[in-house]
Write a protein that binds this ligand. Sequence first.
Ligand SMILES: CC(C)(COP(=O)(O)OP(=O)(O)OC[C@H]1O[C@@H](n2cnc3c(N)ncnc32)[C@H](O)[C@@H]1OP(=O)(O)O)[C@@H](O)C(=O)NCCC(=O)NCCS
Length: 199
Amino acid sequence: MAALVPDMTESVDPWWSADIFLSMSAPEIRSATEADLPAITEIYAHAVRYGTATFELIPPDLAEMTRRFRALMDGGFPYFAASVEGDVIGYAYAGPYRPRPAYRFTVENSVYLKPSTHRRGIGLQLMQRLLAECEARGYRQMIAVIGDSANAGSIGVHTKCGFQMVGTHRHVGLKFGRWLDTVMMQRALGEGGSTVPKD
Ligand SMILES: CC(C)(COP(=O)(O)OP(=O)(O)OC[C@H]1O[C@@H](n2cnc3c(N)ncnc32)[C@H](O)[C@@H]1OP(=O)(O)O)[C@@H](O)C(=O)NCCC(=O)NCCS
């Protein structure tokens, strides 16, 4: 497991340096395409290697991210990219919450940004677009399974988007040599549970 501890002696890749985006223009939020996947793979790989939001331990490669993207597209789920001057700096998508068919109106979301772009409202914009699209597609509930109860950024952005705290699963993950919680949050979409949709 030692190899999973981030090596802080690594030189910092300028791609992640905080000042690159100080003067960046407003991001464009648009549907993601396969052309965005190399950048998305890199963003997610950084979160896997250094973060606790995801419980994956080994970054999936481009082929695996492409397989996942195609599975979401084939399932009719929305996937958005945030780009600035042509560079993809973040993404958000919704996918099935659980595979059994009674869950078909419930989605689970995912949102990741380049670290250098945090706290500029981009996560919020991605989530608002994702929520609107999921409502338009007829989904009724969105679930966020947030890795690490110390993940203030994710809990904060979901709270700002109207998610409510459901509860915490304690000590269900082991990463970087320590136990991690998952925080469950939920938001109704559209008419939520107040009406029964036609299939
Ligand atoms: C979670 C994440 C997507 C949030 O995106 P972001 O662009 O940094 O967040 P925003 O700037 O849009 O913040 C929107 C609101 O969320 C809350 N928020 C965001 N970051 C916060 C933090 N670190 N602490 C507390 N609240 C926070 C605030 O209410 C904020 O509004 P404000 O800036 O007006 O106060 C981003 O931090 C990220 O990629 N984190 C690493 C991966 C991750 O945790 N993904 C979620 C997996 S479930």
